[in-house]
Design a protein around this ligand. Sequence first.
Ligand SMILES: NC(=O)c1ccc[n+]([C@@H]2O[C@H](COP(=O)([O-])OP(=O)(O)OC[C@H]3O[C@@H](n4cnc5c(N)ncnc54)[C@H](O)[C@@H]3O)[C@@H](O)[C@H]2O)c1
Length: 414
Amino acid sequence: MCVLDLRCIGISRLASRKPAAPPVFLQCLHEHKTQKVTLLHPISEFEKAHSKAESMSNSILVTGGAGFIGSNFVLQWIENVATPLVNLDLLTYAGNPANLVTLEDDSRYRLVRGDICDAEFVAAVLRDNRPRAIVHFAAESHVDRSIADPSDFIRTNVLGTFTLLEQAKLYWSGMDEAARRTFRFLHVSTDEVYGSLGWDEAAFSESTAYAPNSPYAASKAASDHLVRAYFHTYGFPVLTTNCSNNYGPFQFPEKLVPLIILNALERKPLPLYGDGRNVRDWLFVEDHCLAIRTVLERGRVGETYNIGGNSERKNLEVVTTICNLVDEFCPDDGSGPRKDLIKFVADRPGHDRRYAIDAAKISQELGWRPAVEFESGLRKTVAWYLEHRSWVQNVRSGAYMDWIRQNYEERVQP
Ligand SMILES: NC(=O)c1ccc[n+]([C@@H]2O[C@H](COP(=O)([O-])OP(=O)(O)OC[C@H]3O[C@@H](n4cnc5c(N)ncnc54)[C@H](O)[C@@H]3O)[C@@H](O)[C@H]2O)c1
């Protein structure tokens, strides 16, 4: 039996929420109706000024808002900013509407299922919702999948971003002068576009040359270049953020942190690439979401901002820390420490050795800094996964994909 202290993981009860919807939804949807992750960041003055809207006017459009970072962003936005948000998401295997079930009855939130590669669809969403900004998360995001088959990465990350940019530019061109001046297109990208660092090399800055090494990184680099070109060629008001590895609630269990938490819990082998000494910089997802809001609010048009957690860790350290946390939360039945389950496996082809982010620009220009220290963020994350077993079960079984088929196949919006 797991010993879990909810006070230490920042989960609070939403006593004022209505009871769960009838079980048309998955079981896990009920779980999320009554719980939420406490948000760490206060509302800003700019956001207060925009928080009076009652309809979908003054909305922003988010793409990929049902994925890991996107759903954290949507929840944080509705909690803190209060202006409406339209979520355009294809709901691939990585997009899970259960993440956002607490917003089901919230008139400020709308989900439209569709593909960013579909120009007509994107144009219709823009026409119908008239957003004042776009925050673009939608992507294929798993490096290992990109190695097995890059085609979806080229399609969504490159062609999809191109289609979205093109339709957004057309939409923006038709706005009146005042609306055109304040419109923003924020492109969410990754530190992986910069390639790999040696042990003693300086961290990636915004002027580091691009040198992507995986098909995922290459497809994101291509999208970053398109975004840049739309600013320089057409004056289209873009912002780009390049962030390090995120961790936190709602991450699909194919990625390192949730994979290790769940395997450790179930005492399955814990696969670790190569010698486990590859270094990543880690950022708690809510910190990333606040950084994006900060750049959207105050970033200089045409600029890129690196976002990082000042938390470089070797993969082996990350995995060992998770094992220790699972041991602490779920005391042992005599089977020994979970770190004994670590199994070194053949390295990922082209595996980058080290990523590190120099986040001085966003800190000095915009005043953003990570608020969550790595060990405490990891503690919250482990606790969240242990507390949300039915969410995990539904994601793993693919049950939420059945729900998507039933609910969307015959009524694709808008
Ligand atoms: N996860 C990280 O550590 C990290 C770090 C830095 C940057 N990023 C970037 O942040 C963004 C979000 O990452 P994530 O980890 O949340 O990804 P994710 O894979 O969890 O979610 C991607 C979302 O995009 C949607 N999507 C995929 N293809 C689509 C399409 N053609 N049209 C519309 N929607 C589509 C999916 O349904 C899903 O909801 C990505 O652009 C990624 O490159 C991620």
